[in-house]
Design a binder for this molecule. Structure first.
Ligand code: IVH
Length: 691
């Protein structure tokens, strides 16, 4: 909706700010966006333009002031007007945990055991970093970390980037108002941040690292001297208390309970956790503890417990403090989500599709509510990055539904002779070669037809409708056949008999007979179906067809060199290598022979006439950004068409494929008089049988 700006620039600026603020609140706090992003951007740009034209009208509470600001050399110190206290911690996870607290409160207040229950507010204990937000004349003027409780650091610039935090309070708010709460990072934002950090590290960026957990990520981001970086970090906030407030009364809100106070903060735009509620007596507190404990894993952020606070502010005052802890509050902890343990060994597991995964075997440890005995190290690069070694003391983390993870090693506890982990070059299950292809993170077993770990997958693939096709041989049946050790490799299928089959679960004589018939029928197949059915990595249906028509006979495919394989249309270096490696595994060949011996046959033909691929003998260099193909796609397609792709331009280069922002390579091509083509010409080359 377009509204004509009316009145003075100052009026329009005020109106825009108000409207933007409303949208920001709906988007970031209520999760109910009211206008599309594009519309928001339009209003935002209008405000930016007006402020640029009238710099005297820029104020710190303008939505435009959330980003930007210059990097600091260091943070200034801030002395808190009202000290930021800590809370006494209760680690007893049984009902006594809440009974002890309630009994203490009652005793201090001189209440009899049989009197009415004390009312509390039950909150979540967020796992982040406490901050104090100071508003003067309803504008956010300063944000500080807790520090030692007396003196913290001024992190105003970074706090401004958190859109959930209002920059301005409504007119009924007191002249000085301090709001306290927790800055934290949601788990999805944490995962995304680490993913970006890993990418930067992979690209060789210096000084980048991944974060151990969302709390460290939040703390690291808030204590970041460059606000532009903090702005990219997606931090969140929950309010749970107040600091200095003046004047206390006189026309402003008068708070009698902590719960009212939280409701008021919520109405002013601060996020307050939806789970927050009042509870009477120890039993209701315990019910809250247990209910939240069950929900903990499904929350999108980490909590390490719950907090109980006496609701009445008058009673809070009466209870007062001991040292630096209020007598009116307690933190009731959940089992920790991070624990120390030792690495007993590192195993390598082989998945159904042949993927090798290093797994740390751990001394059993209770973490995040379950006993953990192993944790994935994902792949070779991750294992190296974390440098986990046998005998190491490590931090294990289990948060949310996420699988347990080794987050880091305690280097000071490492044994002097601990060896670095290396990925085996052979499959630990079947002994076939394990290979890692260029550009991939995982090692894979190449013994697909023989490897016990891949049996089920190999059989299902072979029996697939578009492969050799064995009607009625589905998931469940394969599961049973393999688990009962009736079928170990593909040829065993053809040795099945009626009595074995009929003895299986849910297998009547009729369906057993049907399966035997289907098996018999499958013996008469075609070469492309058979080749596809072998489940060679990167050999799909189309490639299997191309191989069959090029070579005519299975033996010719099995014995083809990489160079010969490269002559097949659509076969590039990666596919050629994969086929070669597969048939180099003696066990795979054995299975093929056995299948033939079982009577699996197909018609063989003559090899096709050799048609050179369109780009055989040509060398290309790719530079700049191509309009539709990514660099990898362009490389794959040139290679599959018989061409080579080089990294730098020389006299041997036949063509330079140039996109936008092509740099020195283009200049070099011109200098050496090498032909320069664009993507369209390349695509035409790829399509034509000869260039
Ligand atoms: S109230 C007087 N409420 O726990 C009590 N603290 O040791 C002051 N925390 O550093 C704190 N969730 O960062 C309070 N709902 C909650 C909380 C909470 C997390 C943290 C806070 C502080 C620590 C207290």
């Amino acid at each position: 909706m377009f509204r004509r700006p009316s009145g003075s620039p100052a009026d329009r600026i005020a109106a825009l700010r108000k409207e933007l603020q409303r949208h920001v609140h709906r988007y970031y706090v209520l999760d109910e966006p009211s206008i599309p992003d594009s519309e928001y951007d339009k209003l935002f740009r209008e405000l930016q333009a007006l402020e640029a034209a009238h710099p005297d009208l820029v104020t710190p509470d303008s939505p435009t002031q959330r980003v930007g600001g210059k990097p600091l050399d260091q943070f200034a110190s801030v002395r808190h007007k009202v000290p930021m206290l800590s809370i006494r911690t209760e680690t007893d996870t049984e009902a006594t945990g809440t009974k002890n607290f309630d009994a203490r409160v009652r005793k201090e207040l001189g209440l009899s055991e049989s009197g009415p229950p004390v009312e509390y507010v039950a909150e979540l204990k967020f796992d982040g970093l406490a901050v104090n937000l100071r508003y003067e004349d309803r504008v956010l003027v300063q944000a500080a970390t807790r520090g030692d409780g007396e003196v913290g650091e001024d992190v105003t610039q970074n706090i401004r980037t958190i859109r959930q935090i209002p920059l301005q309070l409504p007119k009924e708010a007191p002249a000085v108002m301090e709001v306290r709460g927790e800055v934290y990072m949601r788990r999805p934002d944490f995962e995304a941040l680490n993913e970006r950090q890993r990418e930067k590290m992979a690209q060789g960026a210096k000084g980048e690292k991944t974060f151990v957990n969302p709390r460290n990520a939040a703390a690291g981001s808030i204590r970041q001297l460059d606000p532009a970086i903090a702005a990219q970090r997606h931090l969140s906030f929950f309010a749970y208390g107040v600091g200095e407030i003046t004047p206390q009364a006189e026309g402003g809100p008068v708070f009698e309970t902590h719960f009212e106070l939280l409701q008021t903060l919520k109405s002013w735009g601060f996020p307050v956790a939806a789970q927050t509620r009042t509870a009477k007596g120890a039993a209701e507190l315990m019910a809250f503890y247990q209910a939240i404990g069950r929900k903990r894993d499904s929350l999108p952020y980490d909590i390490d417990g719950v907090v109980y606070k006496v609701n009445s502010l008058a009673l809070q005052k009466k209870l007062g403090f001991v040292t630096r802890e209020p007598r009116w509050a307690v933190a009731h902890k959940f089992p920790a989500q991070e624990q120390l343990t030792t690495v007993l060994g590192i195993d390598v597991q082989v998945g159904r599709t042949g993927k090798l995964t290093p797994v740390a075997r751990l001394a059993p440890v209770f973490v995040g509510g379950v006993t953990v005995t192993n944790a994935t190290l994902h792949n070779e690069d991750e294992a190296r990055r974390k440098d986990v070694r046998v005998g190491d003391t490590v931090i294990v983390r289990r948060a949310g539904d996420v699988i347990p993870e080794v987050v880091s090693v305690l280097p000071e506890k490492r044994l002097p002779d601990a060896l670095q982990f290396t990925m085996p070059r052979q499959c630990p299950v079947c002994g076939a070669a394990a290979v890692r292809e260029e550009g991939e993170a995982d090692y894979r077993c190449t013994g697909g037809l023989f490897c016990a770990a891949q049996r089920k997958e190999a059989i299902l693939h072979y029996a697939h409708r578009r492969a050799v096709e064995i009607e009625g041989l589905g998931d469940k049946l394969v599961e049973q056949l393999v688990d009962a050790s009736v079928v170990r490799t593909l040829p065993d299928l053809y040795k099945l008999d009626l009595s074995t089959l009929a003895s299986l679960d849910r297998m009547a004589e009729k369906s057993a007979n049907n399966l035997l018939e289907a098996l018999e029928k499958s013996k008469q197949t075609t070469l492309p179906r058979f080749v596809f059915g072998l489940g060679i990595r990167h050999v799909g249906e189309a490639t299997a067809k191309a191989l069959a028509s090029h070579f005519g006979k299975l033996d010719a495919i099995m014995d083809a060199t990489e160079e010969q394989l490269l002559e097949v249309s659509d076969v590039g270096p990666i596919v050629a290598k994969s086929i070669r490696t597969f048939f180099e595994q003696a066990h795979n060949r054995e299975v093929v022979e056995q299948l033939r011996a079982c009577g699996v046959t197909w018609e063989e033909g003559e090899p096709a006439k050799r048609v050179p691929k369109p780009l055989t003998g040509k060398t290309f260099v790719i530079t700049g950004t191509l309009p539709s193909l990514s660099r990898d796609e362009a490389k794959d397609r040139i290679e599959a068409a018989g061409g080579k792709v080089a990294g730098s331009v020389s006299r041997k280069t036949d063509y330079v494929v140039a996109g936008t922002e092509a740099g020195s390579k283009l200049a070099k091509a011109q200098e050496l008089d090498v032909k320069v083509i664009d993507e369209a010409v390349l695509l035409a080359f790829l399509a034509s049988p000869n260039d």
